[in-house]
Design a protein around this ligand. Structure first.
Ligand code: HPA
Length: 253
C-alpha cells in the first residue's frame, strides 16, 4: 500500500465501488458527527481500505441541499475526510446529459462547474481561487488511464442545482446556453470546500439519462440508480488505474 490517502465520494447507484475495496475499517456517519443519509441508494458511512493498492476512504452516501441540509452540513463529510489525512478527493455523481455528443451510459470527467445552488459551504471571508478547481494534472492522469483501458471518458462542465425536482425543458435549454454539459444536484459545494482546504479534486459524472426535453422519455429516479450500477464497473477500473498512475511524484509521469 502506497501513495497519498484519497477520499472517494460515491454518488447515486455507485455504492458497488465499495465491493472492490479491501475494507479495513468502517465509520458510520453518526459516529463521525454527520446526520445519517436518507436517500435510497445512499448508505451513510465511511469505509477505510485499499483500491488497486492505493489507500482510500470511501464516503458512501452523501448529504444534499434538497434534503434540507445546510451548505455547511453538505460539506461536512469533506471536512471530516480532510481531518483523517485525505490529501486528494474524487467526487462521483449521477447526472443528466445536455450534450448531444455525450450519450447516457458514459462517464464525464468534470473540467469545470457552474454552482447554481446560490449557496456556499464557506463561512466568513474565504476568497478562494477556483480557476483550476478540478486538478489539471490529475485529470491528465485519468485521461491517460481511460485511454489505456479503452474507456469512453468525456470531459465537460457540470451544472449543480439544488433539486430535488428534475429540470424543465426550458431550464435545460438555459443550462445549455450557459455552457453546461451535464446537470445534477451535488458535488459543487463539496468541491468548493475541498479547494478551501487545499485538497486536489477530481470529479466524475455518470451520465444516467438525457436531461429533460432531450428525449421523449420521462425521468425516473430508479432508472438513474440502475444506470449508475451498470456504469460503475468502468469507473472501478479507472479509479484503480488512475490512482496508481497519479501516485507517482509530480514530474515523473
Ligand atoms: N437532472 C438532475 N440531476 C440528475 C439528473 C438530471 O437529469 N440525472 C441524475 N441526476
Amino acid at each position: 500500500m502506497s501513495g497519498p490517502l484519497t477520499g472517494i465520494v460515491l454518488g447515486s447507484g455507485l455504492g458497488v465501488l465499495a465491493e472492490v475495496v479491501e475494507i479495513h475499517r468502517e465509520v458510520a456517519f453518526g459516529e463521525a458527527g454527520l446526520p445519517a443519509a436518507a436517500v435510497p441508494g445512499h448508505a451513510g458511512k465511511f469505509v477505510f481500505g485499499t483500491l488497486g493498492g492505493s489507500p482510500v476512504v470511501l464516503m458512501q452516501g452523501r448529504l444534499h441541499l434538497y434534503e434540507g441540509h445546510s451548505p455547511q452540513q453538505v460539506a461536512a463529510g469533506v471536512r471530516w475526510l480532510a481531518r483523517q489525512g485525505v490529501e486528494r478527493l474524487v467526487l462521483t455523481n449521477a447526472a443528466g446529459t445536455l450534450n448531444p455528443h455525450f450519450a447516457p451510459g458514459a462517464w464525464m470527467m468534470l473540467a469545470d462547474h457552474l454552482n447554481l445552488t446560490a449557496a456556499s459551504p464557506l463561512q466568513g471571508a474565504e476568497f478562494i481561487d477556483l480557476t483550476s478547481a478540478y486538478d489539471p494534472q490529475w485529470r491528465a492522469a485519468f485521461r491517460a488511464a481511460a485511454m489505456v483501458q479503452g474507456m469512453t471518458l468525456h470531459e465537460g462542465v457540470y451544472a449543480g442545482l439544488r433539486g430535488p425536482q428534475y429540470e424543465t425543458p426550458a431550464e435545460i435549454r438555459m443550462l445549455r446556453t450557459l455552457g453546461a454539459d451535464a446537470v445534477g444536484m451535488s458535488t459543487v459545494l463539496e468541491t468548493i470546500q475541498a479547494r478551501a482546504l487545499g485538497l486536489r479534486v477530481a470529479a466524475f459524472s455518470c451520465l444516467t439519462n438525457w436531461a429533460a426535453g432531450m428525449s421523449p422519455a420521462a425521468l425516473d429516479h430508479h432508472e438513474v440508480l440502475a444506470a449508475g450500477r451498470q456504469a460503475a464497473q468502468a469507473m472501478v477500473r479507472l479509479l484503480g488505474n488512475g490512482l496508481r498512475e497519479s501516485d507517482a511524484p509530480a514530474g515523473s509521469s
